[in-house]
Design a protein around this ligand. Structure first.
Ligand code: IMP
Length: 421
């Protein structure tokens, strides 16, 4: 049985907690996109972690964690996270790194600064866009290259020649040497070298043998490079369709496609956000929800749940059920709104506009629902929830077109309601 966990908003849906919870039951956990731009908050046996690269499977002995081909990997960050997790567990987790995954090298971060590529659209400054761009230009360095240092050095020489030509004035670029890069990368990768290999075959085998496989998405659907709010997006495919390509299996048999949505909406960085609350209501959601980036510490923009965007994201991913997170953040509100359509050019529309400029011009049409005014933090079963919270959840189900299977009411793993559907 395989499950895919997919973010349905602009990232930060609380996937970290839920993947950590579901990973407990998994034989294999596969992270399939993005890199250290992601920030997953995980509480493992009472200790809080902000992970960026390691899949949630690392917290469980006997679970294999895979960093699939669609990822971009910064070895310095991977090494640091693996050391932290190993110290916490008292043993080294089992990981497998796809040989086709691309590496984030020091010059990718430099390029992000030099090009100012992210300054307008927003970036986590982890070198993500330059690394995916090198992949598309066929001048990227892959994890598998580490196994052939001679080829690695030749490829780096070629990359550095282009960089030196393009950035004659940039001292930090001119100072780079292939030899030193090879040395540094091999030193960082030293504990992982024997774990770099053919991830596709291993994942295919696990699926064929009926293992419990969890596919862990990063970022969110609305940040997808093709189907998100381009150009205010990340550089990878964040959807279920991207999963198949990343793992190298055309039609992966993943019957359970769990879409994660926060009970309200947030966005970090620039880009259209029709349901944004810019006044004290937005500030109150930010404070109550602790809406500050795990990776960058930036305050997140906050607003009401966007049902139009949610419906779009559900369709795009073929989501089979939802997990609704941070419901408890809404506990004290008298009234809660959900956008059910947009007003655009004098018309009411139910579709999600594909052009960022068109989306930015949309006015949300809200439906107001009563708040519940009591704490849901202690709820552990659906029946424990107040009637108004149930009404809110049922409205989300009708807007999204799929049932809500899980509800999170606090950061701890126990603060989760699971429903039999
Ligand atoms: P990049 O992925 O660093 O290129 O950043 C591109 C945009 O995506 C920026 O607006 C980031 O804030 C946003 N972004 C990237 N990863 C995440 C994430 O995991 N959560 C939320 N926003 C993200």
């Amino acid at each position: 049985m395989a499950t895919a966990v997919l973010g349905l908003q602009w990232g930060d849906e609380g996937k970290g907690k839920l993947t950590h919870l579901l990973a407990r039951e998994a034989d294999m956990v596969v992270r399939f996109n993005g890199g250290p731009n992601a920030g997953h908050t995980v509480i493992d046996r009472g200790v809080k972690f902000g992970t960026h690269l390691v899949p949630a499977g690392v917290f469980y002995e006997g679970t294999t964690s895979v960093l699939a081909s669609g990822m971009v990997i910064d070895l310095a960050i991977l090494r640091e996270e693996m050391e932290q997790v190993s110290a916490h567990l008292g043993s080294t987790p089992r990981i497998l790194i796809a040989q086709n995954a691309h590496l984030i090298l020091p010059y990718h971060r430099m390029l992000e600064e030099l090009e100012g590529s992210g300054s307008h659209f927003g970036t986590t400054r982890r070198g993500i866009a330059p690394t995916y761009s090198d992949k598309a230009k066929k001048i990227g360095i892959r994890a598998g290259d580490l196994l052939r240092p001679g080829d690695l050095e030749r490829r780096l020489e070629h990359r550095l020649t282009l960089l030196r030509r393009d950035w004659p004035e940039a001292e930090e670029i001119q100072a780079l040497t292939a030899k030193e890069l090879v040395r540094d990368q091999l030193e960082l990768a030293e504990p992982f070298l024997s774990w770099i290999g053919d991830a596709t075959t291993r994942i295919a085998r696990a699926l064929a043998e009926g293992d419990t496989v969890l596919f862990e998405g990063a970022q969110g659907t609305l940040l997808d490079v093709d189907h998100g709010t381009f150009p205010y997006v990340t550089s990878s495919s964040t959807t279920f369709a991207g999963l198949g390509n990343s793992i190298g299996i055309a039609v992966p048999d993943v019957a359970h496609r769990l879409g994660i949505a926060k009970a309200y909406q947030t966005r970090v960085g620039a880009g259209p956000f029709p349901t944004e609350l810019t006044g004290i209501e937005g500030d109150a959601l930010r404070e109550k929800g602790g809406e500050y980036g795990v990776t960058t510490g930036r305050p997140r923009r906050c607003g009401w749940l966007d049902g139009v965007a949610l419906h779009y994201a559900v369709r795009l991913n073929g989501v089979t059920s939802l997990a609704l997170t941070k419901l408890d953040v809404l506990d004290e509100l008298d009234e809660i709104s959900v956008a059910v359509s947009y007003r655009s050019n004098g018309e009411t529309i139910g579709r999600f506009p594909l052009a960022a400029e068109e989306l930015a011009a949309c006015e949300p049409v809200y439906e107001a629902l009563p708040g519940w005014g009591v704490s849901t933090a202690g709820a552990r079963a659906f029946e424990d929830l107040p009637a108004a919270a149930v009404t809110y959840i049922e409205r989300i189900e009708s807007v999204a077109g799929v049932p809500v299977e899980m509800i999170s009411v606090g950061p701890e793993p126990e603060a989760t309601i699971r429903r039999e559907l």
